[in-house]
Design a protein around this ligand. Structure first.
Ligand SMILES: [Zn+2]
Length: 293
C-alpha cells in the first residue's frame, strides 16, 4: 500500500462515468489505488484534457454500483491526493428546493448543510487530531472560474446557495422537503458534503457543480414529470457538464490564489512527538509537509 505521491494528475474530476468519453479527453491510463482507508469507488482514469493532466473517478463506480451511504469518501479523496491532484471539480445531480432553480440549471453552491448520519468524514483519527476551518467549504477561486466559464458557454449557472446533503438513498418525504425549503436551502443531494470536507483536510481545492434534474417532491408539478422529460433533462445536463468541465480545465490558472492549499497549517492539535508512527505513515501524503517528510 503506497503512500508515495504519484504526480500523475493536477486536476481531479468526480462524476458519472459518462464523462470518460468527453470530447477532447485522451485517456492514457487506468490507475488502481489501494489506500490505508480501503478502495476508492473505481480505478482513476488518467489522461490529458486541454493540455492539463486530469484524473476522472466515477463516484458510484462504473455501472453505478455503490450507494451514497456506502461510498468510501476517504479512499476517493486520498486517491486523488496520491495522484497529485490539487483541485477537484465535482459534478452531481441534485433536486431543486427553489422555484428559481429549474431543471437543466446548474447551481454552484457556497455552503453545505449536513443531514447525513454517521458517515466517516475525516482523515484525522487514530492518534492525530486536526480541526480544519470549514466555514466556507467551497474553493472561491474554483467557484468563480466555473461560474465565469458557464456564463461564457450560455449555461445557466447560479453562483452561491446551500446544498443540503441528505443520507438517502430514498428521497425526502414531502414534509422534509418543505422544512428544507423553510430553512432557505437551494438544492438537495446525497454526496458532496463529505467530499468537500475531506478535500479541505487534504488541502485540495473543491467545487461542486450541482446539476438540477428535477424539483424535489415539494413542487406541485413533481409527480407529473414524464420519462421523456427526465431523459431530456439528463441528456442536456450531461452535455453541459462536459462543456463546462472542459472549458474550466482549459482556463484554470496555474497558481492557486485561495487558502485551500494551507488549510492544515494551524489545524493540527496533536503534539508532533505524540503522533504514532503508524498514523504518520497513513497520513504522509497529507501531513508530510508539516511533519518533515
Ligand atoms: Zn482553493
Amino acid at each position: 500500500m503506497s503512500t508515495q505521491l504519484l504526480h500523475k494528475a493536477s486536476i481531479g474530476i468526480i462524476g458519472g462515468s459518462g464523462l470518460y468519453s468527453m470530447p477532447g479527453f485522451a485517456a492514457q491510463e487506468e490507475v488502481t489505488i489501494e489506500t490505508h482507508f480501503g478502495a476508492p469507488s473505481d480505478a482513476y482514469i488518467v489522461g490529458e484534457l486541454e493540455g492539463k493532466t486530469v484524473a476522472f473517478l466515477a463516484r458510484h463506480g462504473r455501472g453505478h454500483r455503490i450507494s451514497p451511504s456506502e461510498l468510501n469518501f476517504r479512499a476517493n479523496i486520498y486517491g486523488m491526493k496520491l495522484l497529485g491532484v490539487e483541485r477537484i471539480l465535482s459534478l452531481s445531480a441534485v433536486g431543486s428546493l427553489k422555484e428559481e432553480h429549474r431543471p437543466t440549471d446548474f447551481v454552484i453552491p457556497d455552503q453545505f448543510f449536513d443531514r447525513t448520519r454517521g458517515r466517516v468524514s475525516t482523515f484525522f483519527s487514530g492518534g492525530v487530531v486536526a480541526h480544519i476551518s470549514f466555514a466556507d467549504p467551497i474553493c472561491p477561486q474554483l467557484a468563480a472560474e466555473v461560474a465565469r466559464v458557464s456564463g461564457s458557454l450560455g449555461v445557466n449557472a447560479k453562483k452561491g446557495g446551500v446544498y443540503l446533503c441528505m443520507e438517502g438513498p430514498a428521497f425526502s418525504t414531502r414534509a422534509e422537503s418543505n422544512v428544507y425549503r423553510s430553512w432557505g436551502m437551494d438544492v438537495i443531494g446525497m454526496t458532496n458534503l463529505q467530499e468537500a470536507k475531506l478535500a479541505r483536510e487534504a488541502e485540495i481545492c473543491y467545487v461542486t457543480i450541482a446539476m438540477v434534474t428535477d424539483y424535489d417532491c415539494w413542487h406541485e408539478g413533481h409527480d407529473a414529470v414524464t420519462v421523456d422529460e427526465i431523459v431530456r433533462v439528463l441528456h442536456q445536463n450531461a452535455g453541459n457538464a462536459c462543456k463546462v468541465v472542459r472549458e474550466t480545465v482549459a482556463a484554470m490558472p496555474a497558481e492557486r490564489t485561495c487558502k485551500c492549499g494551507s488549510a492544515l497549517r494551524h489545524a493540527i492539535l496533536t503534539d508532533r512527538a505524540s503522533i504514532p508512527s503508524e498514523a504518520r505513515e497513513r497520513l504522509r501524503p497529507i501531513l508530510g509537509k508539516y511533519l518533515g517528510g
